[in-house]
Write a protein that binds this ligand. Structure first.
Ligand code: NAD
Length: 363
């Protein structure tokens, strides 16, 4: 396969292939852009069907991180890493330490964190060999709910813009939970993992009516019991007739086939790279489905990391994630004014905030 000729190899600064057979480590670290600061991004462990799939994933995800940091004006660039393997079977402390040593060779150009298939506990193992691993567990060993809270803020922006709902305060000191009227708004949540289940809690508290699906039956049962959510089979959730569809499982959920069958009025969820290609943002726009760009509404985790340090305070992190509502609303309003797909408006605004080779990205 060609790397330099690959469509997704756009303006990446560096891609590192890591091979340590003694511990079964095959990994790729991609640094997309460091003009705003060190490349930051999670380490995903997944049993990719092919090496091409792993390369494509790490290239697309690292690029997305550049945009995520730029749209929220955080002092980071975009990076990501993938480990090819099954986390349930192949993840060992030796493998994590070997990955950490590979990250250490980049001397801070890349900072890793947890992602699908890795946990904040794994990052503690990695930190025994390199300081360039972020992600703090709370007292219960759980990651901060910042990502879910950020997606909730995105849904509040969608609710205000598309459905004319009152959505409380977002200013300093606001919990972001007061005065939000989502009473009766219907939301379908795909994926009830670390992000999805917490998102359900916020939505339920604001009065939304939930439809949910997950491959894990216990998760579905939990959402039904705690939030009165209506379960549907996993292969039906994308096509639910709802006000908001919230993808919080895997990427590339919107392609020609799925978009043709959608019955939702808007989309807002944490899953990275929901659009199979940029053209699918245009396709959603043509179908009149309001898309809150994933790299914007899922930025809570990154905002959380930016707060890490001795003065870390979860309440301050959540208040800062309130910015996601204003950023999202600005994108939705500008796109409506210009008659443009929201996906393209969001890319353009982010590109104003980072440079490539001394040039503004958009230039
Ligand atoms: P997770 O692994 O904890 O949860 C994902 C859930 O989706 C699991 O419960 C899984 O069973 C379910 N799932 C997988 N395929 C499914 C399908 N086809 N239909 C229904 N359910 C399915 O992951 P997470 O941390 O909750 O993250 C969810 C998404 O958000 C991921 O795409 C991740 O990359 C993205 N994201 C997460 C964060 C974060 O802070 N955790 C930040 C930004 C983006």
């Amino acid at each position: 396969m060609s790397i330099f000729g690959a469509v997704d190899f756009r303006e990446h600064e560096q891609v590192v292939f890591v091979n340590e057979p003694s511990v079964g480590l095959k990994a790729i670290i991609a640094i997309h852009n460091t003009s705003r600061g060190p490349a930051f991004g999670g380490c995903r462990m997944y049993p990719y069907a092919s090496e091409e799939d792993a390369v494509r994933d790490v290239l697309r995800l690292s690029r997305g991180m550049t945009y995520k940091a730029a749209i929220t004006r955080l002092p980071y660039g975009g990076g990501k890493s993938v480990i090819i393997g099954d986390p349930a079977r192949d993840k060992t402390a030796d493998l994590l330490r070997a990955m950490g040593r590979a990250v250490a060779t980049l001397q801070g150009r890349y900072i890793m964190a947890d992602d699908v298939g890795t946990t904040v506990r794994d990052m503690e193992v990695v930190r025994t060999v390199t300081p360039y691993a972020a992600g703090l567990p709370d007292a219960a060993g759980e990651p901060c709910p910042a990502t879910a809270y950020g997606v909730f803020q995105g849904i509040l922006a969608v609710a205000a813009h598309r459905f004319g709902r009152q959505t409380g305060n977002e200013g300093p000191g606001s919990t972001g939970l007061d005065g939000n009227d989502l009473e009766g708004l219907t939301v379908a949540v795909q994926g009830l993992g670390s992000v999805g289940i917490r998102l359900c809690r916020y939505l339920h508290a604001a009065g939304a009516r939930l439809t949910v699906a997950d491959l894990n039956a216990a998760r579905v049962e939990e959402a039904a019991d705690r939030f009165g959510a209506r379960p549907v089979p996993a292969d039906e959730i994308l096509f639910a007739d709802v006000d908001v569809l919230s993808p919080n499982a895997m990427g590339a959920v919107f392609d020609d086939a799925s978009i043709a069958g959608l019955r939702c009025r808007s989309v807002c969820g944490a899953a990275n790279n929901q659009l199979a290609t940029e053209a699918h943002g245009v396709a959603l726009h043509r179908r009149g489905i309001l898309y809150a760009p994933d790299f914007v509404v899922s930025a809570g985790g990154l905002i959380d990391i930016a707060h890490e340090g001795p003065a870390y305070d979860p309440a301050t992190v959540l208040a800062d994630c309130g910015r996601i509502r204003g950023i999202t609303l600005d994108i939705l309003q500008r796109a409506a004014r210009d008659g443009q797909p929201t996906s393209q408006t969001a890319l353009r605004i982010a590109e104003e905030n980072f440079t490539v080779g001394g040039m503004r990205r958009a230039a």
